[in-house]
Design a protein around this ligand. Structure first.
Ligand SMILES: Cc1cc2nc3c(=O)[nH]c(=O)nc-3n(C[C@H](O)[C@H](O)[C@H](O)COP(=O)(O)OP(=O)(O)OC[C@H]3O[C@@H](n4cnc5c(N)ncnc54)[C@H](O)[C@@H]3O)c2cc1C
Length: 363
């Protein structure tokens, strides 16, 4: 019998929640179907600690990304977790002159307006020379956000898990939740490795959270799944000398932030992610084109497919996609986390706090 059971403890968000609640003094069980952490979305992303600049002001995503990125960076510094201080350059490529410049400039202007409302420090880069001082790319100008960085994901998650265990949490790996019964004031959670009881249930099951909600007697959510492929650039950061995250300018309501150059803490360099339906792999030409916009010397043979991750997105009627985090039933209490797509990694520690505050209020 536990105070709280978290389903999806192998994901970054689930793991951060287990830590938060254990540190608040609750008895906590973190359930995960895989053998180790980060086997699904949490291990298949860009590893960027976003500032919230791309998010729509007033959304939960924007608030939690702003708060969460600050918490995460401070935590990483305290624990000596590897952080690559890349900054983020959102740039307008040279080639856009031919296309009339209008689309990119408009997208950049909208992003600027949005970022400014969120008080995120940034600066304009107004000349190709200014751009080249940040990255060896061909671009006319852009916006540079210095606080954005790239994290060593594995170190981050194992540190969160160690904190949680030190605070008394139990992680149950290799335990797939196959059934949930609400019995009077508790949940009986049936897994592939046994059963447990819990007073409160937190559903942080990522791509499967909508299914777990129904299993636990919660609402039915409609989810859109967007696949993102990545290609690796041969020779990595050493060869291409791209040490800054380089993003195209995409309009604020686009489903993704666009295919970007992503240096990693291990010296590798990736192009991605694309945005396609769950079962479709994006064609290589798309990545070649996205890369050549900024570095024309990239050849097809420089790119090799690396991996793909899937974003669970909740799209509301007006096209805005926000995180949905709420107490969806009260007796016994069920907290659902639905549509935790990007920037869920960046927001993870703030999401955990947010859920912690909800749990504190449950009588
Ligand atoms: C292509 C891509 C790029 C991204 N880039 C970034 C980025 O640069 N920065 C950023 O901040 N965010 C990024 N994100 C978003 C980020 O990766 C996610 O928001 C985050 O990983 C979500 O974590 P999670 O713990 O909610 O979900 P998950 O990592 O999906 O974890 C859920 C866990 O639940 C477990 N589970 C599911 N069903 C069951 C069950 N029945 N029983 C037991 N366990 C179960 C799964 O095995 C899984 O381990 C990106 C996402 C994608 C797909």
């Amino acid at each position: 019998m536990f105070d709280v059971c978290i389903i999806g403890a192998g994901g970054i968000v689930g793991c951060a929640i287990v830590r938060e609640l254990a540190q608040q003094g609750f008895s906590v069980a973190g359930i995960e179907k895989h053998e180790t952490a980060c086997q699904e979305t949490s291990g298949l992303n860009s590893r960027v600690v976003h500032s919230g600049f791309h998010e729509i002001f007033g959304t939960l995503k924007s608030a939690l990304a702003c708060e969460g990125s600050g918490l995460l960076i401070r935590y990483a510094e305290e624990r000596s977790i590897r952080l690559l201080r890349t900054g983020m350059l959102i740039a307008i490529p040279h080639g856009s002159i031919r296309a009339g410049l209008w689309k990119e400039a408009d997208a950049l202007w909208r992003l600027w307006r949005q970022g400014r409302r969120q008080n995120i420090p940034f600066r304009f880069v107004l000349t190709p020379d200014g751009i080249r001082r940040l990255a060896p790319i061909q671009a006319l100008g852009g916006i540079y956000i210095p606080s954005v960085c790239v994290i060593d994901l594995e170190q981050f998650v194992s540190s969160l898990e160690a904190d949680a265990i030190a605070a008394g949490a139990q992680f149950l790996y290799n335990s797939e939740v196959t059934g949930i019964a609400a019995e009077a004031s508790t949940f009986r959670v049936i897994t592939s490795s046994g059963e447990l009881r819990s007073r409160i249930l937190v559903n942080s099951a990522g791509l499967h959270a909508h299914e777990i909600s129904v299993m636990a007697g919660g609402p039915k959510y409609e989810i859109e799944f967007i696949r993102g492929d990545y290609y690796e650039l041969a020779g990595g950061v050493k060869r291409w000398n791209v040490r800054t995250l380089v993003y195209p300018a995409t309009p604020p309501r686009s489903p993704t932030k666009g295919i970007h150059f992503g240096p990693r803490t291990d010296g590798r360099l990736f192009l991605g992610p694309s945005a396609s339906p769950k079962t479709e792999t994006a064609p290589k030409e798309l990545f070649l084109e996205a890369g050549r916009k900024f570095i024309s010397s990239i050849r097809e043979s420089d790119l090799e497919w690396a991996y793909a991750g899937i974003r669970p997105k909740r799209v509301s009627v007006d096209g805005r996609s926000d995180f949905t985090i709420g107490l969806d039933r009260t007796i016994p209490p069920l907290i659902n986390l639905i549509g935790i797509d990007s920037p869920g990694l960046s927001a993870s520690m703030a999401i955990a706090r947010y859920v912690g505050q909800m749990v504190q209020k449950i009588p």
